[in-house]
Design a protein around this ligand. Structure first.
Ligand SMILES: [Zn+2]
Length: 490
């Protein structure tokens, strides 16, 4: 029985439900797991639950295990009572500390048992977080160790507690894919994609997309997938479009401590803000000047609250976009926030065939909002499926204008999709809203569609009537197609 159920897809993004039996709750995904430091709570877990609607949070069992002050209370009272939180609680194992400090003093068996003993709902083995860009041999060695520990984790008696199977493999896509396949093979429950924080810190969203896409190929449709350490709302849409379901945020608190203010387009410094570009309760009730002059603790808490509002707001925006079938429009919009996000979006579209596998066949509308839109999975699918249609005769007209009875059959043509049987003109995605001043790329991709149809029918004679296509598009149309300009005719 899987604990994760997908309700609907958009690209590889999914609206899902994660059932957490030990907590007795079902968590809607994609979602955010705020990171709660057992020692320092910038915003109390009960407030996360009551004011921000947090259904799940994450805390570090290794810190609790190592704390003389908190270890006994955690075991005696349980995490839910200790933190005063009734939703689902996931615990990390100390792998992060392993990555930061080089060693930790617990085994997977010990820490999983401890997580079980303190009432964790989702526990984590001690994996080896292999950083980006390491040599292949190191990545292979460490991934094999991680896999052994995942297999040992399946032997530990953890009752109803779900257990995660972290996926490592550094920036080697084939190793990530293999690690993911092996992690999925353990039958464990949640799949964190590990050691991606350095990529996000360095704004390497293109490499991040390649890593996540590789992991997803290995995992197939298993889930939920947790993008470990991803807490900045600017990249939620991009990560969700790849099929990430869980994000965790320490950023809301860490950034607040440094007077950093999160937005969906990036990070601002409080010092640089004359206005708060946000409608949350914090920003509507305060002016930046007033916040700057507050005591450190008060300022930190207010900024943390704003950061949480923005972060949960973006989670809701992503969910609504998946439901409405316009997640890629959202990714497109968010990609304009930073050049490296645009690199991430363009890299996402390199994986259009992978996204296409789960993308919905029908949605409300396709908005062609940028030159990248021509590379979306809907365009790819339309052109791949041209082989499903028969042609009625030897003389076929492909036209942006009206039909013509001189031909055996008339097909429509529309950028960026290319040719289509006229009967489909009212079906998604051919109902796309395309700007009148379309970019050159859309015509070029339409020309590629013409070329594909022509190649599929070597014995048919084609005429293409186009509306002033640029030369770079026309040169992609096979030579044997007769060309006419729509307005130059007659
Ligand atoms: Zn705000």
């Amino acid at each position: 029985m899987s604990n994760f159920e997908v309700r609907t897809y958009d690209a590889a993004g999914r609206l899902g439900e994660l059932t957490v039996p030990r907590a007795g709750v079902t968590v809607e995904t994609p979602t955010l797991m705020p990171v709660v430091n057992p020692h320092v709570q910038t915003v109390a877990p009960s407030t996360l639950e009551s004011e921000f609607g947090a259904e799940i949070l994450i805390t570090n069992s290794y810190i609790l295990h190592g704390s003389d002050e908190l270890r006994e209370p955690a075991v005696e009272r349980g995490l839910h009572d200790l933190l005063d939180f009734s939703g689902a609680i996931m615990t990390d194992s100390g792998s992060f500390q392993l990555a930061e400090y080089g060693e930790i003093d617990v085994t997977t068996e010990e820490i999983l048992t401890f997580q079980y003993d303190i009432g964790s709902d989702i526990g984590t083995p001690v994996d080896i977080p292999t950083p980006p860009d390491v040599a292949r041999e190191q990545a292979v060695d460490e991934q094999e160790t991680t896999q052994e520990r995942l297999e040992r984790a399946t032997e530990v008696d953890t009752g109803e507690m779900l257990v995660t199977a972290p996926v490592q493999g550094s920036t080697h896509p084939d190793l990530r894919e293999r690690a993911a396949r092996e992690a999925a093979g353990t039958g464990l429950d949640v799949f964190p994609l590990g050691a991606v924080v350095p990529l996000m810190n360095e704004y390497r969203y293109d490499d991040l997309v390649d890593v996540v896409a590789a992991c997803k190929r290995g995992l197939g449709e298993r889930g939920p997938v947790h993008l470990f350490g991803a807490g900045h709302p600017m990249m939620f849409a991009l990560a969700a479009a790849l099929g990430c379901d869980l994000f965790d945020s320490a950023a809301y608190a860490l950034y607040a401590r440094d007077d950093r203010y999160l937005t969906v387009r990036g990070t601002e410094q409080l010092d640089d803000l004359a206005y708060f570009p946000c409608e949350c309760p914090v920003c509507t009730a305060h002016e930046p000047d007033a916040v700057r002059s507050m005591a450190d603790d008060d300022r930190e808490e207010l900024l943390a609250r704003h950061n949480l509002h923005v972060t949960y707001g973006e989670i809701r925006t992503v969910r609504q976009a998946i439901r409405g079938g316009n997640l890629l429009e959202l990714v497109d919009a968010r990609a304009r926030g930073h050049p490296t996000m645009l690199d991430g979006y363009r890299t996402l579209l390199d994986h259009a065939a992978q996204l296409e596998r789960t993308d919905r066949v029908s949605k409300d509308a396709f908005f062609h909002t940028s030159t990248e839109s021509a590379r979306r999975p809907e365009v790819l699918r339309h052109q791949q499926r041209l082989d499903r249609f028969e042609l009625a005769g030897d003389e076929v007209l492909l036209t942006e204008g009206g039909s013509n009875s001189d031909y055996d059959e008339t097909w429509g043509v529309v950028p960026p999709f290319g040719p289509y049987p006229r009967g489909l003109s009212e079906t998604y995605p051919l109902t796309a809203e395309v700007p009148d001043r379309t970019d050159r790329r859309a015509y070029e991709v339409a020309a590629d569609g013409v070329a594909r149809l022509v190649d599929l029918h070597p014995d048919v004679s084609f005429t293409l009537v186009h509306d002033d296509w640029p030369a770079t598009a026309l040169e992609r149309v096979p030579d044997r197609v007769r060309l006419r300009d729509l307005h130059a005719r007659e």
